[in-house]
Design a protein around this ligand. Structure first.
Ligand code: ARG
Length: 251
């Protein structure tokens, strides 16, 4: 009787541990939330979400012995989805910001980026002075959005950075602020000679990391181990090389 009881209690404990780990983990999967509108970090190709972050997440899942599942959502939904337990990790070219650390934890960083400012060659913005007060387009809730607030109160917020750039090309905006590697990728894809990147605006360094729900130190530790491994064994370089044209060089 006692044995049955302790067995039952044991099973209950195991069951609650599994539940606490989150339904996705319990099912042998690692669910990554992202916003696949951010090439080359994450974008849709055919039916698939691909990109640098997807490959990094695949390495993390592999090391954990779990299958990677991708949930594509609005960028400003990624942190709420982590907090509510809908996803296990957020891998979305997400910059580590003090405000975000109030809601989620971050792994070690894996990429150094900056914002960039795209303008029309013949447009009214050419430097910090003329950026002040200009109509600036951004992706909603991104660090580009925060950076734009430093310069102007006329900010148009889009679900996709590409839509902002198209509005800029059409003359509806004066500038777009978005992460530099993505700005370059969009300009290369559009091939519109009228659009240029300004190189005279002082933006801060930003570091991308994997976002994790608060209170999961073991998960953060295994993600850090994977980041260390892929940094040391050349996997990360190979991933970056695959998605960045060789001419751009290293960050
Ligand atoms: N690095 C910027 C930020 O953290 C932009 C990230 C946008 N990511 C995306 N997948 N849309 O705010």
């Amino acid at each position: 009787m006692r044995k049955t009881l302790s067995l039952a209690v044991g099973l209950l404990i195991i069951a609650s541990l599994v539940l606490a780990a989150g339904t996705a983990l319990a099912a042998g999967t690692l669910t990554m939330g992202t916003n696949a509108e951010f090439p080359p970090f994450e974008y849709v190709e055919g039916d698939d979400v691909v990109g640098v972050d997807v490959e990094i997440a695949a390495e993390i899942a592999k090391d954990l012995g779990l299958d990677l599942v991708i949930e594509n959502m609005a960028f400003d939904s990624v942190i709420p989805a982590l907090v509510s337990g809908q996803i296990d990790i957020g891998v979305a070219a997400m910059t580590v910001k003090p405000e975000r650390l109030n809601s989620v934890d971050f792994s070690n960083t894996y990429y150094n980026a900056r914002q960039a400012c795209i303008v029309r060659k013949d447009g009214k913005v050419a430097d910090e002075e003329t950026l002040a007060g200009a109509a600036i387009g951004v992706q909603n809730g991104t660090t580009g959005d925060y950076a734009a607030e430093e310069y102007s109160q006329t900010i148009e917020r889009y679900a996709k950075a590409l839509d902002a750039v198209l509005e800029l090309a059409g003359g509806k905006l004066d500038a777009v602020i978005v992460d530099a590697p993505v700005a370059q990728n969009i300009l290369d894809a559009l091939g519109n000679d009228d659009l240029i990147l300004l190189d005279n605006i002082a933006f801060e360094d930003e570091f991308y990391a994997v976002a994790v729900p608060k209170g999961k130190p073991d998960l953060v530790e295994s993600i850090n181990k994977t980041i260390d491994r892929i940094t040391q064994d050349g996997t990360l370089d190979a991933i970056l090389l695959k998605y960045f044209p060789a001419t751009e060089g290293e960050e």
